[in-house]
Every structure is written in structure tokens, then in C-alpha cells.
Design a binder for this molecule. Structure first.
Ligand SMILES: O=C(O)CCC(=O)C1=CC=C[C@@H](O)[C@@H]1C(=O)O
Ligand SMILES: [Mg+2]
Length: 379
């Protein structure tokens, strides 16, 4: 296939709830939606995980737009592509900017699977027909509010509960959750809020039989995490620190974690996500699929990836109705008794609803071979 046209839409959606972590609050969700078209007019869809501010990684919607417009789209337009694995090779002259790369690379994967008439999950080598899902709950105004939100999601059937922690909102809070929900599969995500000085506190969290603690230390660290893992029983799961296969390889070798949260956007696309999955499987490191509060397109990519067999822990891919009054895909993502049934249609298996997307679009730009590609990478 040859990519002849790319449409970049900036979309804004109202979230049903505010999402607060140790470093900020997200109210409404703005993101880039990417549509690629081939020489036959067939299309594929991708979504960027980047937020408006660089608080999760250094990328933002604006840095993604710049990377896509000035480098990635020109590099891809008019290239003959036999398999989506080639896209990461084409992008390799450009350092990092993984969310920008993933946004368009996932769209090419969708297009490829649609052209073959197979589900994206099958194209990736996934076998699971349903995936087990959990839910990630932000910091709330009070413990009572948090316990209420947990109760609701447990009753909805979610298979594990992830709560956000930060200094001052940790030991006591987890203790209260455990009192009310002694056996619920529970984990805590610190988004890098602690340092090695907090080892005594982090050790005390071992009391609560957490499935894991996610990214307790520096967002680019694997050395301190290795030291911490030796001191605590709770398995460490790395999120922010793992941006590539190489990062995963080094973290595994150092013993920095026992679990990895794979986010397609953080690692630069589905090809890299699959490589990390395969590496972890080889080394007995469990993986699960993280979330970036995605709308339907990104959510659908997460579902397809989660069908690979080492995704043995429930991910953060909750149902559409948790986040949105109306998602941008048909049908919406539905969670039943903690499971999502993997769609059987070609590509991502959900249809982006253009009528809804148009209403939510703030800006839109079309790039085609006719408009003239610039700044191509060196041959
Ligand atoms: O519901 C989801 O999509 C998961 C949300 C979630 O936990 C996260 C989203 C975005 C940034 C982070 O704070 C975070 C995470 O660290 O996993
Ligand atoms: Mg996290």
C-alpha cells in the first residue's frame, strides 16, 4: 500500500469526570486523531495519547502536530509499505517523539488489517477473544468519595482497581480501601511521586497485598527502582521509565520491575509494543495494557494489543461510557462482567463515527502528496 493522504484532526471531548494524579488534573480531553488513506482510498485510524501539557511525558498535542506535519507525514507519504513494521524503520532517523509516531503508525496498522480483511488483533498475532479489564481511579476530594467510586466499579464487575497515590495520600488511604475491600485485586500508581528516602513508607505498603505498585520512583529511572525492588515484596510495575524495547531489556536485566505496563503511545507504536510484549514473555515478566484516557480509536488499538498472550493482568482499558457521554466509534466499547469481547470485523473492528467526530473537531488539516512533502529523512 502507498499512503497518499493523511488527515490530522484536533478533537475536544468532554470527560464525565476529572482525573487527578500526583502531578495534575485533566478535565476535558483534547487529542489528535489521525486518518491515513492509501492509493485505493481505503482508510485507517490512529489516536495520539499526548495531552495538552507535558506532565506525563515530554510530548504535547502541539509537539505531536509539529512532528507529524514537519517530519513524520512527509517521511511516510508516497512510500510503498508492505507491512506496518516498516513504519518504525522509516521513522527511526527521528529521535523519540513516541506519541506522535504511534498516532500515525497505529493508523497504518489499522489500514493494513482492513485491507487484508482481518481484525487488527489477528494481524498482531493475538489469540484472546475477550480481554479482562480493570479501572484506574484518580485522586478524589475525600476518602469517602474514593471508597464510593471504588464500590461502583467493583459492582460493575471491573477485575482490578488501580488507585493513584502520592505523599500524604498513600498508606492511610490504601489501609481504608483494604478495610472495606479486603480481597479486591488492588494496585497503586504513584506516577514518580517518591524517592529512595521513602523506602520505609513503601515497605509498609507490603501489608496490603497489592498486586503491584506502579512507577513509584523517577520517571526516567531504572537504577533506583532495582534497589527498591530488593527492599519491598510488592512487585514493581514500570510505566513512564519504559519507552522502548531497549529500556525494557535493561530494566529486566537490572531487576528494576516484575511487571511492565505497555502503552502503545508511550513506546512509539504497535510494532514496538509487540516487541516489548515478546521480550517480557521470554523473561517471565507479566504485562498489561495501560491507558491514556483514550477515546474510541485509541481504546480499540489497546483492545487489539491486549489479545496477545502475555497480557495476563487486567489492563486500564475501561468501557467508553466511563469516560464519555458518547464515544466517537460505533459500536462503543462495552465492558461486561469485567470483560471486553474483541470485535471480529476488519482493522480495529469499530467504525469511527464521522458525524460525531466532525462536531468535536477544533481544527483539521489534510496532507497529501500533492501538497508537497518536505524535510524527508536522509535516504
Ligand atoms: O483510564 C485510563 O485510560 C488510565 C488512566 C491512567 O491511569 C493514566 C493516564 C494518563 C497518565 C497517567 O496519569 C496514567 C498512568 O500513569 O497510567
Ligand atoms: Mg501509570
Amino acid at each position: 500500500m502507498i499512503i497518499k493522504e493523511v488527515i490530522v484532526r484536533r478533537v475536544k471531548m468532554k470527560m464525565k469526570f476529572q482525573f487527578t494524579t500526583s502531578f495534575g488534573t485533566i478535565e476535558d480531553k483534547e487529542f489528535l486523531l489521525i486518518e491515513v488513506k492509501d492509493e485505493n482510498g481505503n482508510n485507517g485510524w490512529g489516536e495520539s495519547g499526548a495531552f495538552q501539557a507535558p506532565w506525563y511525558t515530554e510530548e504535547t498535542i502541539e509537539t505531536n502536530r509539529h512532528m507529524l506535519e514537519d517530519f513524520l507525514i512527509p517521511a511516510l507519504l508516497n512510500k510503498e509499505i508492505e507491512h506496518p513494521d516498516q513504519v518504525s524503520e522509516i521513522f527511526s532517523p527521528y529521535k523519540r517523539n513516541n506519541m506522535a509516531k504511534a498516532a500515525i503508525e497505529t493508523a497504518v496498522w489499522d489500514l493494513y488489517a482492513r485491507n487484508k480483511g482481518i481484525p487488527l488483533a489477528t494481524a498482531l498475532g493475538g489469540m484472546n477473544t475477550k480481554i479482562e479489564v480493570g479501572v484506574s481511579i484518580g485522586i478524589q476530594d475525600s476518602v469517602e468519595d474514593l471508597l464510593g467510586v471504588i464500590d461502583r466499579h467493583v459492582n460493575e464487575g471491573y477485575k482490578r482497581i488501580k488507585v493513584k497515590i502520592m505523599p500524604g495520600w498513600d498508606y492511610d488511604i490504601i489501609g481504608k480501601i483494604r478495610q472495606q475491600f479486603p480481597t479486591v485485586p488492588l494496585m497503586a500508581d504513584a506516577n514518580s511521586a517518591y524517592t529512595l528516602n521513602d523506602i520505609p513508607l513503601l515497605k509498609r505498603l507490603d501489608e496490603f497485598n497489592l498486586m503491584m505498585i506502579e512507577q513509584p520512583l523517577g520517571s526516567d529511572d531504572i537504577i533506583d527502582h532495582a534497589q527498591l525492588q530488593k527492599e519491598i515484596r510488592t512487585p514493581i510495575c514500570l510505566d513512564e521509565s519504559i519507552l522502548s524495547y531497549e529500556d525494557a531489556r535493561k530494566a529486566i536485566e537490572l531487576g528494576s520491575c516484575k511487571i511492565i505496563n505497555i502503552k502503545i503511545s508511550r513506546v512509539g507504536g504497535l510494532t514496538e509494543a509487540k516487541r516489548i510484549h515478546d521480550l517480557c514473555k521470554e523473561h517471565g515478566i507479566a504485562v498489561w495494557c495501560g491507558g491514556m484516557l483514550e477515546a474510541g480509536v485509541g481504546r480499540a488499538h489497546n483492545i487489539a494489543l491486549s489479545t496477545l498472550d502475555n497480557f495476563i493482568l487486567p489492563g486500564d482499558t475501561a468501557g467508553s461510557s466511563r469516560y464519555w457521554e458518547r464515544d466517537i466509534i460505533d459500536p462503543e466499547v462495552v465492558v461486561e462482567d469485567g470483560y471486553i469481547t474483541v470485535p471480529e470485523g476488519p482493522g480495529i473492528g469499530y467504525e469511527p463515527n464521522l458525524e460525531i467526530i466532525r462536531k468535536l473537531t477544533i481544527s483539521e488539516k489534510t496532507y497529501s502528496t500533492k501538497s508537497g512533502a518536505c524535510l524527508s529523512p536522509p535516504e
